[in-house]
Design a binder for this molecule. Structure first.
Ligand code: NAD
Length: 397
């Protein structure tokens, strides 16, 4: 069994992943600076589900499973020495890196939030790569990237898994084949940091032979997994506020509290989705199938289906009777786009996707109803905008 460090293991994807890998018999160490909980306090928001503190979570898991999880409260972006000591002590076989500021709207809300997102995400990732090389360790690094690095202008083509084969005209007119990273096209400062991460991985894989898998993940929906269902103290985070709430979970929560389903613009944006249970399965599969040193960065598209936001709102509306409300789009993005994505590498590894039709939508709706009295209505609207003038005003406030 492997020694695995989960950076960001107190978060929405990290916590259920830590439990899933622990249940499979791996030795788990969580590294997290609890910044996500601090940002909730800054925004006056909270998880819809009552999440236990990390010490209680780890204790509950030990009682339920008999398996320990070690926790280090550590900021990987600012505490390089601390990070080095944890890596040196654990000598991990694999590191799953979730530990970044992950909300596009939050990254656009003010100059301070933009700078924080870049400093936190880029320095954190780079510190990790430097520490691994300094200590001459050889863990498989599994990083959570995003489908958003590709941008959403690929209508008519199937987005490949990270790389694109191109033919460049040589000086004698001959066509020379090259495999290049798919040209990045970030839609927010947050997405930009994931593009910068990609370059760091390419460099350290080439120069130091690091073994890296970068998972380009779709928007995650759902909340519970096989492990988090086992005890109330293990319940997973459920974000619904205007900055962190991911779209489908936000619609389900809005339906549960009798709020209209707020669709940005025409709702013609098509995005890639994945259920949280499939997220944890995919990460486990990625860990079990590392690239070899010298093979470059393995990129896998971690998504299972694509949907247009308007269609999702109509689906939830039909299931619940909630009204759909079209509001101004705070983002600077194409009003309508098509999206086709290859997820062949996970399907080839045996992923049997959970789709919206599999019934988990009902479970997420039930959770939304169960905790509806915890909703802070003022947090629901998306207030962060992509317009600089408005964001600057927020910092001054
Ligand atoms: P999250 O905010 O719930 O979890 C991230 C965790 O990392 C938090 O617990 C936070 O405290 C921790 N963290 C942040 N900066 C840190 C630092 N400098 N040092 C130590 N810990 C730090 O986010 P999530 O939804 O679980 O997402 C996890 C990863 O998956 C992110 O990198 C995100 O970009 C990616 N992702 C998420 C989604 C989604 O829909 N949730 C979609 C695509 C990609």
């Amino acid at each position: 069994m492997a020694r695995i460090i989960i950076i960001g293991g107190d978060g929405f994807c990290g916590w259920p992943t830590a439990l899933h890998l622990s249940a499979k018999g791996h030795d788990i160490t969580i590294v997290d600076n609890l910044s996500r909980r601090a940002i909730d306090r800054e925004l006056g928001a909270d998880s819809l589900t009552p999440i236990a503190d990390i010490t209680t979570r780890c204790k509950a898991w030990r009682e339920v499973s008999g398996r320990p999880i070690t926790f280090h409260n550590l900021d990987i972006a600012t505490d390089y020495e601390g990070l080095r000591m944890v890596l040196d002590g654990v000598e991990p076989d694999a590191i799953v890196h979730f530990g970044e500021q992950r909300a596009a709207p939050y990254s656009m809300r003010s100059p301070r939030a933009k700078r924080y997102t870049v400093d936190n995400n880029v320095s954190g990732t780079h510190n990790l790569l430097v520490a691994i090389t300094e200590l001459e360790l050889d863990p498989h690094i599994v990083h959570l990237g995003t489908m958003g690095v590709y941008g959403y202008d690929g209508d008519g083509l199937e987005l490949p898994e990270g790389y694109l084969e191109v033919f460049v005209k040589g000086h004698e007119g001959q066509m020379i084949p090259r495999e290049i990273l798919y040209p990045v096209n970030p839609g927010s400062v947050y997405h930009m940091t994931k593009c910068l991460d990609q370059l760091a991985f390419q460099y350290y894989a080439k120069n130091d032979g690091l073994r890296v898998t970068d998972l380009h993940q779709g928007i995650v929906w759902g909340t519970q997994t096989d492990e988090t269902r086992q005890d109330d103290r293990l319940i997973n985070r459920f974000d619904y506020d205007g900055d962190y709430g991911t779209v489908l979970n936000r619609f389900l929560m809005q339906a549960a509290v009798g709020h209209p389903l707020t669709v940005h613009g025409t709702g013609g944006q098509t995005r890639a989705f994945i259920n949280i249970q499939d997220t944890v399965r995919c990460i486990s599969m990625a860990i079990e199938n590392p690239p070899k040193s010298g093979d470059g960065v393995r990129i896998r598209n971690q998504m299972t289906e694509t949907h247009c936001i308007r269609d999702l709102a109509i689906l939830v509306s039909k299931a619940t009777g909630a009204k759909v409300q079209y509001v101004d789009n705070p983002r600077n993005e194409a009003a309508e786009n098509g999206l086709t994505v290859s997820n062949k590498s996970f399907i080839d590894l045996g992923l049997d996707p959970i789709t919206l039709e599999n019934g988990l939508l009902d479970e997420t709706l039930e959770i939304s109803r169960k905790y509806a009295d915890r909703v802070i209505m003022d947090c629901i609207p998306a207030r962060s905008t992509w317009t600089p003038a408005q964001a600057n005003k927020k910092d001054a406030a």
